[in-house]
Every structure is written in C-alpha cells, then in structure tokens.
Design a protein around this ligand. Sequence first.
Ligand code: DC
Length: 644
Amino acid sequence: MEFLDLPQFLSAAGTVCLPGSKSISNRVLLLAALADGETEVRDLLASDDTARMLEALQALGVGVTALGGESWKIAGCGGRFPVKQAELFLGNAGTAFRPLTAALALALAGGDYILKGVARMHERPIGDLVEGLRQLGADVTYLGNDGYPPLHLKPATIRPGGSVQVRGDVSSQFLTGLLMALPLTGETVTVDVVGELISKPYIEITLATMARFGVVVERQGWQRFTVKAGSRYVSPGVIYVEGDASSASYFLALGAIGGGPQRVEGVGRDSIQGDVKFAEALAKMGAQIDMGPNWMEARAPESGLVAVDLDCNHIPDAAMTLATAALFAKGTTTLRNIASWRVKETDRIVAMATELRKLGAVVEEGDDFIRVTPAALKPAAIDTYDDHRIAMCFSLAAFGTPLRINDPKCVAKTFPDYFDRFAAVTKAAPVIAIDGPSASGKGTVAARVAGVLGFDYLDSGSLYRLTALAARRTGVDWADEAGVAALAAALDVRFADGEIFLRGQAAGDAIRTEEMSAGASIVAALPAVREALLFRQRAFNRCPGLVGDGRDMGSVVFPRARLKVFLTASAEVRAERRYKQLIEKGLSANLDALLLDLKQRDERDSQRSVAPLRQEADARLLDTTHLTIEQAVNQVLEWSREAL
Ligand code: DC
C-alpha cells in the first residue's frame, strides 16, 4: 500500500489557484460560443472534456484563441454557427455531448451535423433529451441504436408556443442541455420536469451561468422552467471559471489553523457553488475570512478557533473539512444533518469517526451527526477508503501531529496534485539530519545541538538497539527478518528525561553493550525491520523541530531535512573515543578489539543493500578527527543558522 508521511506543520500561508470546475468550464464555453460578442474565459479546467468542447467549437467555426495559461478567448457567433456541415467527435465527454446536441439541434439557421463519441459514449442514453428537442421542432435522427448516440442533426423547424416535457430523474444534464439551448428558439418556452429532479445544485449552476450571460430563467420550484421570447446570450466580457468550492475548503481551513493568510483563487463572493458557504462556517469557528469576487482568504484568529454546533445540510462535502478543523477548536464541535455522508464514496460518518479516534480525538457518532472533542493528538496511520475527501481533510490534522496517509493518490478524483499544492503553502517543523559511522560523536553533537535550539532529539540507532534487545529477550533470532520486524513494529518504547524505557523499564544501559551494538547492526540490515521503524522515526518530526542522528536520516527518513550533516572521524580516533567511554563507565575494554569491531560495523552499515551509510550529495561533511565536541557543535549550529 502506498502512503504519504506528513511531518507536523508549523504554519500555512500562501496562494493556491484552484483547478477549474469541469461542469462550469463546459457550460461557459458553450454559452460564450452562443453569445453575441467576444468572451475571455479565465481559469478554464484543462481536461479531456474541455478539450473536446474546444475542438468542437473550432470545427463549427467559432473563434477559439488560446491566451496562455488557462485563459481562452471565444468569439461568440450569436447562435449562428458559421460552419453548416460538420462531423464532431466528442470522446466520452458527457458535459460536451448533451449541451452541444441541444444547441446544434436548435441553432439559428442550423446545419447538418453528425455527433459521435467513443464506444462508451454510444452506450450512454440521450433519448430523453432528443425527445424534448423534437417536441420543439428539432430534426434529430439516431445513426445507431434508438435513444443513443451517434446522432444526425438537421435544421429545426421551431414550433411556436413551445412547451416541453423532460424527465428529471435520469440525468440533470438533459435539462441543462435543453435550458441552455432554449434562447435559440426565439419563442417563450416552458419546460416541465417529469419525475423528481435529481442533482439540483447542478441545475443551479446552469441557471447561474446562463444569468451571467444575460438570460434569466423563470422557475417555479424545481418543476417548471420558462425562458422568455427575446432572450439572448450576451458576452459578460471576462468570465472566470470557478474552482471547485469543496477543494477550496481544505486551504481555507489551513489558513484558519496554520495562521494564514491563506488565499484560494477561483472561488469567491460571486460563486455559484453551494459549498462556498463553508467560509461562513469557518468564520463561525472564529477564522477571519476575506473575500473578493473570485478569491477567498482565511487567517487564524488570535485567540484560537472555537467549536461550533452546525447544521451542515447545505455543505455536505465541505463539512468533512470542519470535522478535522474541529481538532484545533476549543470545545466540542457538533456537525448535524449529515446523513448523506453515509451513502458517499464510503460511509463517511463511520470513516471519519474511526480515523479521528486514531489520532486521539473523542468522537461521538449518530445516525446523522458527528461530535468531535479535540485532545492532544498522537501520530497515526490514516486509512482513506478510496475517498479523496478523507485523504484531503486529514492532511489538516498534521498541524497537531505527524501522521501517515494511506493511499494518498485517491485524491486524483478531483485534485490530482493536492499534496503538492499543500506542500507549497505549508511549513514543516524543521529537521537537522546528522548521519555518520559508529562512535563518530554524532550522538553527543546531535543531542547538544538539539538542546541549544530547543528541538527534540532522535537517537535512531537506539531503536535498532532496542529491537535487537527485544529480540534477545524474547528469544527471536536476529536473522529472523519477519520475527524481528514484528517486534520492531510493536516496540513499546518511551523516551523521557534522557532515558529510554522498553516496556516501562529503563533500558539505556542494556542497549549500549558491545553485544547490542553488534545485534543492532545485524537487525538494521533487514529491510522489513527498517520499514517497520520508518514511521516511528518520522513521528518525531514535531514542532518546534528535530535533530536526528543515525545512518539514513538524510537519505531515507528525512529526505527534506533543512540541514544534512555527514559527521565522521578516522576509525582510530573513533575506537579511542569508544574505549574512553567504556573505561569511564567502569567497563573493561580492548582498543584493538574495538577498532576491529568498528571497522566490521562500518563495513556492514555501508555495504548493506537498504539505506546504506553514505554521504548524501546534499549533506555537509564534518570530519571531527581533529575537532573537540564544542567545535563540532558550533559548526553544526552555524550551519543550522543558515539553513533554518
Ligand atoms: O548509532 P548506533 O551505533 O547507536 O547504531 C546502532 C546500529 O544501528 C548501527 O550499527 C547501525 C544501525 N543504524 C542504522 O542502520 N540506521 C540508523 N539510522 C541508525 C542506526
């Protein structure tokens, strides 16, 4: 299973330009083409569906000019497509096929058009839309199976006094396609929806987009829609395609938790998507929200976020973001009226409750609510249930603790580069990685540097030593990879006040023997053992910062360390240092034997196949053969002042 380990984050601030919404992109392109005047479309989503629509418009003689970035200029044809005969290939783009069918079938001074797609497109029903169009006088023939593409369209003979019945319970795209084409008839047309209309928010988007282009649809509930004779699309000049408003919620919450100001561009005050109301919910938690027409910005309140008790029926997707934001709010947050969570990608109430509890939060779940009380968060591996939104909203929890997100690529459903964007605006707790061979003095240097900076200190070698000790105590052979890895994964260890506790017992001295040095070096060469200890080490990457020492701190465990040091000394000097240490502790020691042993361990640590000891290209070399500890510490501190 793939995973992504997140460190604890210190702060968040910046600007994220959200990818445009697919539904809005294709609606805007078509209406711009049907309008009088030129329209500059900004922030269009770059995707297959929009590419098919742009190609089709070009084939129909509409002026389409790429302006660079995600901006396009569309020269509207006022409902009269210049090309009167064309065969259009629309791939599998439903958001292009349905509305284009309606627009071409009812186009002014229409033409002779064939609309095709991929095989799968020819299995997707379109009969209800064609029925509606025929009621208005359109001339549409099926070229394959009845009720399915490909289609042959010829100029319509519009019937006066139009009234249409269309089914609303199969796809809202039929109603959308029909409504957008109605102004072309020049008549007053009334559409009656048969059956319960599904996906109402999408019809709201259709109506709002039409209104931006100057056509207001009269609506009686969700049953009857009327477009008045004389309605014409007029270019608004410049139009921004909104970003996905639910995706905006993660970044706004980041600003509210991580300081901010965090700005999202692509949705704002004038948004036509319901989920923008998320900003109001965040403001109720105390966040400072600013808005412009197509941007929003969030900052953390000075006194911290506060819990809310909220009906979330109007923002079901974005409400998940509130559940993780609640981890940082004072008090207990209750999110109500969220029964729809149970029938989404997964049962989101169960999933959110389970994962929030893993982090230490106190969670109560009901049929249609979730109640979250924050606690000191602890590291955990978060399962994502093939649900993009779970992966994205749990990234926020990294402000409270390092954590692991399993299967992070599930975000591709709506936001493929989410974690890159997230990384670009967040600042992680810094790491100083100090690697080097045994007895080079890196442990002493690392601990002192940590002390001066007020950072945590991770002696990663101790984890391998503890694993070797645990194996010895439980009779597991050091060569038994699976057995030792299982012990490493379950290691009950606690670091406190400079001492190390294994199963509650002080183990500092027991792991420092020469026997455990050898054992650590042996178990450290086992890939499964290293894998089992990886997240445990990364979980030390907390605020305000960490100094870690070992063999692979900079190469494997903390590849993004702000400063990487390769700290070494000649084997002879290292053997002497170890000798002195042992003698000072009152232990017997033999210098020659120590030297031989060190060389053997150097060999094993640097020759092994996984995470071998070596100086990384981006690590700074510190040879302490002729340096005192003070000199070495000062050098690392000087480097860290530059790096942090
Ligand atoms: O640093 P140390 O002597 O306490 O390390 C004990 C052993 O653990 C050493 O032989 C190499 C191994 N080790 C490792 O492989 N990777 C680390 N990050 C730290 C230690």
